[in-house]
Design a protein around this ligand. Sequence first.
Ligand code: ZN
Length: 571
Amino acid sequence: MYRALLLSLFFLSVTVLFSQDFVLPLYPEGIPCENDLVQEVREVGSTGRRIMKVHEPQLAVYLAPENLATGASVVICPGGGYTVLAWDWEGSWMAEWFNSFGINAFVLKYRLPHWESETCHDKVALMDAQRAIRTVRANAGRWHLDPDRIGIMGFSAGGHLASTASTHFDGGKPGADLEVDRVSCRPDFSILMYPVISMDTSIAHMGSRTNLIGKNPTGEMQMYYSNEKQVSSETPPTILIHASDDRGVIPENSLVYYQALIRNKVPAALHIYESGGHGFSFARGKGSVEQWPETVKIWMGNLGLLKKRIKVLIIDGQNNHTNWKETTEIMKNQLQNSGLFSVDIARTSSKEEGKMSEFKPDFSEYDVVVSNYNGESWPEATRKDFEDFVRSGHGFVSVHAADNAFADWPAYNEMIGLGGWEGRTEKDGPYVYYDDNGELIRDEKPGPGGHHGKQHAFMIEVRDTAHPITFELPRKWMHATDELYDQLRGPARNMNVLATAYSDPDTGGTGRHEPMLMAIHYGLGRVFHTALGHLNESREHIGFEVTFLRGVEWAATGSVTQVVPKAMLGN
Ligand code: ZN
């Protein structure tokens, strides 16, 4: 008997690209200053949901999709005059927009001032904003976000809350019971949208003022919540967006805050559009003001928030240079201060400890490895992992004596191109240098590999002006006191000599132009080799720093986005 089998397949296509991941209570341990309100939610036409009588403060979490995520995050405070929250209009819809360019967003359901408790009423909103920032920061590891790139955004009264959080914060309460309270609540940047700033009656939005601090506040309370009077040099970089014809919250609020930021030398941007009124959200169809999202995005880009940080692993632990811990610290600071990199250190055991067999860093977590290491061989499996890591398209940077290491590891010598000491001779490859005519010589004649004269300051000369690392650098610059390596030998395959230094016989040198900066291709990977950096001061010098940072970025990504600092160009 024929039996028809009807198979219905429903392919449900998900059209919402970015959506809320989950909701977190802000106070899982119990809500301080708890009220007895019953929350109300109302749908208001095209502006979405409005929330009133917030009882349980929460954080709606919108993590950016992994392929876009930059690691930067924003806590969003919707507006509503401290009586309602424009939850979608100035909250969830903004979160989706941030997600679309890789920013994690957290919409804050903060408590609205209430009058049941005299001691709590003006404090609950700020308490919630501070807890929100701490919560995001405390979860940085779990949510894969950068704990030092957490901003706050606020609209109207939510802008008052955001500016209050930007001017009233602590670095964490060291003795607190809960870990979340030991974390800083300082935002790293602020985006203030037609914000209420001042409680000064001449410019204040009276509705927000009355709701927050009452009809007859004390002078002290008015001062405390007039955020233009609370700005300090520690206030985070801020962008303010307002419209001239805002009659709800007049633009003077943004003006006085901007002036206070400038007085305190805080990076600040102020955009006042000719029209747009109040509460315009994305301002679609409202004229030039609808450009604000693009303006904010560019501003965030200038703060480096739109790019994922490059993950760097510095390896050290053994070195014949006894200052190796200090030079690692110098490089780590240079990398971190550039804002482009996050840095971890993998430190081998010492020779005395004898635990080298346990050294097995997980290279796959990183974009680029920087070696400040010159010592015992790594275990076979680690060497193999490292070769695979570089060959498969990642970066490696060899600094100074790292090119002395591993004379008997062929793949390593391919990567660094040239090395010295540890028994290196003509058997390891040619001696590579430039002659006085500017010609690259590969000298195969027998001889030792690796030597230097006495320390002195010397001139660096760029040989490859087209390479991303050296492009736009000055042709020559004076380097700090350093050791000038000469007679380096190695396979020197797929290697560009980017810069040389003249090794003067007067200081015990060769009379040749020795390679100082090199770029090597190894499989799909990129290697930057700097022979510079013997002394701490050699690594602190601008010429080392600039070429090192550019070299690490190039090794990691294949391109360089850094602008050459003026101090380097003026050299
Ligand atoms: Zn040295």
